[in-house]
Design a protein around this ligand. Structure first.
Ligand code: X2X
Length: 340
């Protein structure tokens, strides 16, 4: 008891001095930023750039370190949002897919064939839907600051070219941890299996799974053609945006000036990251696609009619999940896309 009283007396002497000595006193020496992918993936470049800009714009008052590989949650990317809410993670650049087990509305972007192109994606993230999702996240102990992009998720496999749903029959496909993906691939006749990105790469290289789906920038940076992924189909069925966020308590511990610096840094890093993630995969600049073909990958670009067959095969999944996500939110998304 005496030690406790002495401790309290000491605290009473020290605390006023701490409060009076300026904002930096209760800042952490390091803020932990979680990502799934590090450099040289666009995602990791974006996270790193955010950290760099924060340091610059706060004159070093806020020191951010990026922890790629979901290492703050032992590689289990679907636990990232929970860890963020709990304050185990201070900041994150996270995929909507990985947070959708906790925030069901984020499954929106995984509705098969909702978004036909990048413009549609922008219409959602930069319009009323994006605002509504940010407002929702703000009620869940995080402060969302900017939308980035992982990208349109194209399907690859080691067995055969895919140009119609029947081609997927029996293929073992690794999917991420949202049950929506199990429904989509089951509807297409494939054999989906859920695993983290950390587990996916060994599973692809041993042939435990036949295929996977990820954006082209990920396909290339992860060197998936060297893991036997020689068939790639551009079907554009879903895309995952990234979200730059800060834990709410961490945010509240910063001065107004520093909060605005962190926000401006996120907005700038996210805009740069989106540009990087789209590089080389458009009609104007298809350098990444050429690079993929040069690695001996057979690339199938679906015709609109071929795409319609996949859309028809997954229509029931869309309808089932639209109800779970929220019919009003889905309607609003469809309206924004139609008006893009
Ligand atoms: O695990 C994946 O496929 C990845 C890296 O794209 C995500 O984190 C959603």
């Amino acid at each position: 008891l005496r030690a406790l009283l002495a401790g309290l007396a000491l605290a009473a002497m020290v605390l006023p001095a701490t409060f009076g000595s300026g904002v930096a006193a209760d800042y952490k020496a390091e803020y932990k930023l979680s990502t799934v992918l590090g450099k040289p993936f666009p995602w990791g470049i974006g996270g790193d750039r955010w950290a760099e800009l924060v340091k610059e714009k706060t004159n070093g008052r806020i020191n951010v370190k990026m922890y790629p590989g979901s290492s703050l949650v032992n590689g289990d990317q679907t636990k990232e949002f929970t860890a963020l809410r709990q304050g185990v993670i201070d900041m994150a650049v996270g995929s909507t897919i990985n947070w959708s087990p906790q925030v069901k509305e984020l499954n929106l972007f995984s509705l098969p064939f909702l978004m036909p192109d990048h413009k549609a994606m922008d219409a959602l993230t930069q319009g009323p839907v994006g605002k509504q999702l940010f407002d929702l996240l703000a009620t869940k102990d995080v402060v969302p600051l900017a939308w980035g992009e992982n990208g349109f998720r194209e399907i690859s496999n080691s067995k055969r070219a895919i140009s119609k749903p029947e081609d997927l029959k029996g293929l073992k496909i690794r999917v991420v941890g949202s049950p929506l993906y199990l429904d989509t691939f089951t509807a297409l006749g494939a054999n989906p299996t859920q695993m983290s990105w950390a587990d996916a790469q060994p599973a692809l290289s041993t042939g435990a799974v036949d295929g996977q789906e990820n954006p082209l920038a990920v396909f290339v940076a992860a060197k998936l053609p060297t893991l036997g992924q020689k068939h790639l189909t551009l079907w554009g069925y879903v895309a995952d945006p990234l979200i730059f966020v800060v834990n709410k308590e961490v945010w509240a511990s910063w001065s107004k000036e520093d909060q605005e610096a962190v926000r401006a840094a996120a907005v700038q890093a996210a805009a740069e990251e989106i540009a990087i993630s789209r590089k080389g995969i458009t009609a104007q600049d298809d350098s990444l696609l050429k690079d993929i073909a040069a690695q001996g990958v057979e690339v199938v670009q679906l015709t609109p009619d071929q795409q319609k067959a996949f859309q028809a095969a997954t229509k029931a999944v869309y309808e089932k999940w639209a109800k779970q996500i929220g019919p009003d939110l889905v309607k609003s998304a469809e309206t924004s896309i139609a008006a893009r």
